[in-house]
Design a protein around this ligand. Sequence first.
Ligand code: AMP
Length: 285
Amino acid sequence: MEVFTNREECARFLASAKAPGKTVGFVPTMGALHEGHLSLIGKARAENEIVAVSIYVNPTQFNNPADLEKYPRTPEADLEKLRRAGCDVVFAPTDDQMYPDGKKTLNLDLNGLDKEMEGKSRPGHFEGVITIVDALFRTIRPDNAYFGEKDFQQLAIIRYMAARLHPDIRIHGCPIFRQTDGLAMSSRNARLNPRQRQAAPLIYRTLKQAKALWGTQPIGEIIKFAVQNINADTELEVEYLVVADGQTMKPVASDDRIDPSKDYYAFAVVCAADVRLIDNIKLNR
Ligand code: AMP
């Protein structure tokens, strides 16, 4: 396994490694790797000759400096997991490699995909995400790139960005990998105290109940039930819980017409003190 911190060296190595017609599968991460990340890496391993993983905690996608500072970092353990997962190339750059001209971000119209949910809650977040993913794509030049459906809105935005700026890269969405109690795996779970950790599976349990209610009650009532159910646990507080069109990311209200040909999702962010937990479920199939 080759580990690079320098952008040009990494790009040069990959360009020559893939020259004989090999495909590169790429998984961008912020490290503190868990089985969710490893499921993406496993898919990349199965579908490509060369697997590249980046580890970079991207400052421009954090709108809250405390969240950036407290983000878990486990570089040694990450490298060990990547070695065992059969990763070929690790790119773990420093800030000055990724932002040599200061923290300038990419300005791309995202057709409204960035306006709701995470876009509203975290101003500037998606601008930071597309900036870094574009820069990583230009360094790694993958054939295939793998992203988790846990960050569903991010996946939609990256598909949109890649179609415009990197049409040769195939974007793959991968299902949410969960703990056995249903909690979506996340690097941030490491920051939960035992009481919060015990409470957190209520998020997915409630999303499943909301799915069971789909079509039996107005959307507003389903949302009200889900929010109350989660907030009834004193460890948890819903930041937002929205039913939205899985294509446009536009929230759906009770009196909107439901189009059976579309996919509708419940998207939730729930805080356990200052730890933000994100999850979603497809409601109508
Ligand atoms: P992160 O390190 O949190 O930026 O995540 C890196 C990639 O892994 C993103 O595409 C995430 O959506 C994906 N990911 C994180 N957690 C999970 C999970 N539990 N299941 C599937 N994909 C995940």
